[in-house]
Design a protein. Structure first.
Length: 124
């Protein structure tokens, strides 16, 4: 079970009362100014992609942001307690992290990092 409470209430109160789904929707809407970014689905969950590359999703069942980041960053987020391994059906995705605490500033930062990571992947 994720460390955040179901529905995403932050123990620190940093959400400002944000509903997790509404916050995901709002923050990902902000990414759509880039014509390379679009909405899609991933394993049945809503997601956003950059030029076809998955970069973030929302787990409606857990109320968590799920982002694709470099493995080292994922490891750091898990070690710090800010994230949980993303392991749908028991298979851990090493470049993905689930963020259980609804925190506008953190989610915005992680979405920016996810876009940067996906953009870097396009150049490789």
């Amino acid at each position: 079970m994720a460390r955040g409470t179901k529905g995403g209430a932050s123990p620190s109160g940093s959400t400002g009362g944000d509903d997790p789904w509404a916050l995901y929707d709002e923050l990902t809407d902000d990414l759509l100014f880039d014509p390379a970014v679009g909405r899609s689905t991933m394993m049945g969950y809503p997601c956003v992609r950059l030029a076809g590359r998955f970069l973030a999703s929302y787990d409606k069942h857990a109320g968590t942001l799920v982002v694709k980041l470099p493995r080292e960053r994922v490891t750091d987020l898990i070690k710090s307690g800010a994230g949980d391994p993303f392991a749908p059906n028991g298979r851990t995705f090493r470049e993905w992290v689930s963020v259980p605490t609804v925190d506008r500033k953190l989610w915005a930062q992680l979405l920016k990092e996810a876009v940067d990571f996906a953009r870097k992947g396009l150049a490789d």
